[in-house]
Design a protein around this ligand. Structure first.
Ligand code: ADP
Ligand code: MG
Length: 371
């Protein structure tokens, strides 16, 4: 499945009210007819919260809500973006000089992430122009990954306009990397499930190398996803990146504590694999090597033997370099125990005791990952 290209199919637009409406809006916006439509779904995570960017496996599934884009390639090198939601303003740029402003995560920048990702992957200096009308129904900034659905959809739009082919895994990896152009240091879960999801099954997503395995859901189960209506824009605030940086710093301090080469360590999983020990043992290493009180920047510098300047400019991101304190212990404890929960699930699945697991879990509601 994962080695496949994304699926394409012929549809009668007149039989699909959403497509028909999009086609009509496209016509009134651009005075022409879309040549094709691309869609990418949002997701909910079932087990494995905030551990994908630490290198650990996760179990998400796609939701019905998606990003849908009507597309018309044009001969000029102009990229014109419009949105069915008037909140998202029209945008136009020359397709040859893409600039993504990290300081203002406006909606079109997510599209540009996917666009640029494909451009860079193929080393293209010139990209064809296109007119695009975006229609999304994933509640934004609510933890269902509307941002990644938009990045993935834009990547697939660009690939299709170029007439090139990539597997779903390649697309997921490109889009995971390119969404970071917006400034968020995410892992690869959201883009992976957006491309690799299949109807009726969740997926165990594992990294390095990226692979997805079906996780059969209990028949008749209903997943209720509640929207708290509190929005958290991951790129406009530093909350998300602070959490990623806390995990990164915990990984470095733990690596140093265990006498490992810590400079290149970025993820907590790397510390575990370098030590070659279990997740339970990593929890003991965490107890031993970190303290529950937040770490000041100065203490982190002392632990690692580096200057404040190096910490700020070479380890932290632009939107976290002025943070004064970091919770290393809590992050490491969470990541290793959450990774153990996914591993336990995986072993249960492999042991064919899935039904027992689901009933024991007693948790068939999902909490969207807001930050
Ligand atoms: P999420 O949890 O939904 O991924 P993010 O804060 O990462 O939240 O991304 C939300 C951003 O994605 C929005 O601020 C907006 O820029 C973009 N976005 C979401 N839905 C749409 C849409 N329908 N059209 C255009 N952009 C959208
Ligand atoms: Mg997002």
């Amino acid at each position: 499945m994962a080695a496949e290209d994304p699926a394409t199919r012929r549809v009668q637009v007149a039989e699909h009210p959403r497509l028909l409406k999009l086609k009509e809006m496209f016509n009134s916006k651009f005075g022409s007819t879309p040549k094709f439509y691309v869609r990418a779904p949002g997701r909910v995570n079932i087990i494995g919260e905030h551990i994908d960017y630490c290198g650990y496996s996760v179990i998400p599934m796609a939701v019905e809500q998606d990003m849908l884009i009507a597309v018309e390639p044009v001969k000029t090198h102009t990229l014109q973006l419009a949105n069915t939601d008037p909140l998202y303003l029209d945008f136009s740029t020359t397709a040859n000089n893409i600039c993504i402003d990290k300081t203002k995560p406006l909606w079109h920048n997510y599209f540009l992430c996917g666009f640029k990702g494909i451009q860079e992957h193929f080393g293209l200096s010139k990209l064809p122009g296109m007119n695009c009308l975006v229609d999304g129904n994933i509640p934004p900034s609510s933890g269902l990954s509307s941002s990644s659905a938009l990045v993935c959809c834009a990547g697939l739009v660009t690939l299709t306009v170029l007439g090139l082919r990539l597997s779903k895994v390649e697309l997921a990896e490109i889009c995971a990397k390119s969404e970071r152009y917006i400034g968020t240091e995410g892992g690869g879960m959201d883009q992976s499930i957006s491309f690799l999801a299949e109807e009726g099954t969740a997926k165990l997503i594992e990294f390095s190398p990226l692979r997805a395995t079906n996780v059969k859901l209990p028949s008749g189960a209903v997943f209720v996803i509640a929207n708290s209506c509190v929005e958290m824009n991951k790129a406009a605030t530093s909350h998300f990146n602070v959490r990623v940086m806390e995990c990164r710093l915990a990984a470095k301090v733990l690596a140093k504590h265990k006498g490992l080469q810590w400079d290149n360590v970025l993820r907590l999983e790397e510390v575990q694999s370098k030590l070659g020990i279990s997740l339970e043992e990593m929890l003991l290493v965490t107890e031993d090597g970190l303290h529950p009180e937040p770490y000041s920047r100065e203490e982190i510098c002392r632990c690692l033997g580096i200057s404040l300047e190096k910490l700020r400019t070479q380890i932290l991101t632009p939107n976290t370099q002025d943070e004064l304190t970091f919770k290393l212990y809590q992050r490491a404890k969470h990541v290793y125990s959450e990774a153990a929960r996914v591993l336990q699930f995986k072993q249960e699945v492999w042991g064919q005791r899935l039904t027992t697991y689901w009933s024991r879990m007693g948790r068939l509601h999902c909490v969207p990952r807001a930050h």
